[in-house]
Design a protein around this ligand. Structure first.
Ligand code: GLU
Length: 482
């Protein structure tokens, strides 16, 4: 049975590149009726934070992923946090030590560095100094009170990674020094923990970023030393910014959370991430989750790096948003209203109006944040007029026009678009006013906006009382006899 894992380090919010790795694992597992596992790689205790773990799990769920085993759901191969699995790494490292496949090393960083400099060689790092120490040398180090690390004894052989995406990648013998598997504090290094976990969790396919390809020979050698076949590997191309450098904060939003907070939809994000480094045979771009599961294959992943294109993501988001019924858009946008001070019960009260405005404005919505921006002023008690624009309409002629329109609106019966339109056009005609001279200022007074739905839609949706109140507030009049 296929078993794959996504193994985030909880040192920050979920990066879109990592979300893509999680997504590909999920698609691969789903397509092959396998298991998808979440494992938290938190051995870097200084940088790992519980809140990041929680946010990563939350964002993965938001994205629409689900898993069979993980720190939150448990499972038969747990625990699923590396800091809770330390006994396993200790057990396996002891085994390698007793079989002579690993050894203790007492060298300090400074000593290694000094010897390296004196060798004047191109090679990097450790010179395998402690590989064959005599008992007396060991006794001397121990007497000095040094605490050793454990290093893996790298065999002199070439390693071929048969990567599903990249094909065979050969690493010649002699390119690796004996590397540390257990640090002096008895905590495993990344390389060791990842192998012991993949082994004991019976992972069949390791699907991860290409940045780990150069680590893979180390991992394969540890598997072999323990007498196991390594899993299959698939290293996905990296995610780059539009300038072809690694996607980072410089490029703007890079975490799933940021996009979520900007009002992107999970379905759009899901669809977009699937296209980052993978494409279907016929270059189709819009996919449901189910279609992606059916179509996805690791073999069809691109070897070249993927460019993260925020404009394309926004385009997809717009399409997904438009395809939703207004009632769902309303529900999804409640948190965005709340962020700007609206409360939920007020919103519920105005649900009908907001949904109608969403209907009218749907083609213009790009994110859920837009929903609040484009509909909030329909229900707010007060509006703020831009003083510079307002200044143009603060004169006796406009005051007269607005107060007459107030009386006209008060009299319109029923308060529907066609009647409102007829009444206002009639007013313009009898007063010999061009419609433009009246419509634009009126929109501004009623909404504080210069754009929005058609003026008569706007008036109907605002409702009689709100229109009258806003005109009066603008004119500085008190409300009376209404
Ligand atoms: N924890 C590693 C990372 O976040 C993943 C290691 C792996 O997938 O093997 O890069």
């Amino acid at each position: 049975m296929v078993r794959v894992r996504f193994a985030p380090s909880p040192t920050g919010y979920l990066h879109v590149g990592n979300a893509r790795t999680a997504l590909f694992n999920y698609l691969f597992a789903s397509k092959n009726f396998g298991r998808f596992i979440i494992r938290i790689e938190d051995t870097d205790t200084e940088r790992s934070k519980k809140e990041y773990e929680e946010s990563i799990i939350e964002d993965l769920k938001w994205l629409g992923l689900s898993w069979d085993e993980g720190p939150d759901v448990g499972g038969p191969f747990g625990p699923y946090r590396q800091t809770e699995r330390l006994h396993l790494y200790r057990e396996y490292s002891s085994r390698l030590l007793s079989e002579g496949k690993a050894y203790r090393c007492w060298c300090t960083k400074e000593e290694i560095e000094k010897r390296h400099l004196s060798r004047h060689q191109q090679d990097s790092g450790y010179d395998n100094y402690c590989r064959n120490l005599s008992d007396s040398q060991i006794a001397r180090f121990e007497a000095e009170g040094r605490t050793p690390v454990i290093r893996f004894r790298v065999p002199e052989k070439k390693v071929v990674v048969n990567d599903i995406i990249r094909g065979p990648v050969t690493f010649e013998a002699g390119t690796l020094n004996d590397f540390v598997i257990m640090k002096s504090n008895n905590i495993p290094t990344f390389h060791f923990a990842v192998v012991i976990d993949d082994l004991t969790m019976q992972i069949t396919h390791v699907i991860r970023g290409e940045d780990h390809l150069s680590n893979t020979p180390k991992h394969i050698l540890i598997f072999e030393a323990l007498g196991y076949n390594p899993p299959e590997f698939a290293h996905m191309s990296m995610t780059l910014g539009p300038d072809r450098t690694r996607l980072s904060k410089r490029h703007g939003a890079t975490s799933v959370r940021q996009y979520r907070e900007k009002g992107y939809l999970a379905e759009a994000m899901f669809n977009y991430l699937a296209l980052l480094g993978w494409s279907s045979k016929n270059n189709q771009e819009i996919f449901s989750k189910q279609q992606l599961i059916e179509e996805f294959s690791l073999q069809a992943c691109n070897k070249s790096n993927a460019i993260f294109d925020p404009a394309k993501l926004l385009w997809l988001n717009t399409l997904y948003l438009r395809s939703k019924p207004s009632s769902e858009i309303f529900e999804l946008s409640i948190p965005f209203f709340e962020k700007t001070g609206y409360n939920k019960s007020d919103l519920e009260q105005h649900r009908k109006v907001i949904e109608k405005v969403i209907d009218v404005e749907k083609e213009k919505l790009k994110t859920l944040q837009d929903v609040q921006e484009r509909t909030g002023y329909f229900i707010s008690e007060t509006i703020l007029w831009n003083p510079e624009v307002a200044e143009k309409f603060k004169n006796p002629e406009f005051a007269k026009i607005f107060s007459e329109i107030r009386d006209i609106l008060n009299a319109v019966q029923p308060f529907e678009k066609s009647h409102i339109e007829a009444a206002i056009r009639n007013f313009c005609e009898t007063k010999n006013l061009k419609t433009g001279e009246v419509f634009h200022p009126l929109r501004f007074v009623l909404s504080g906006q210069t754009k929005g739905p058609g003026l008569f839609d706007l008036i109907e949706l605002l409702g009689k009382q709100r229109c009258i109140k806003r005109i009066e507030n603008f004119l500085g009049l008190k409300r009376h006899n209404l």
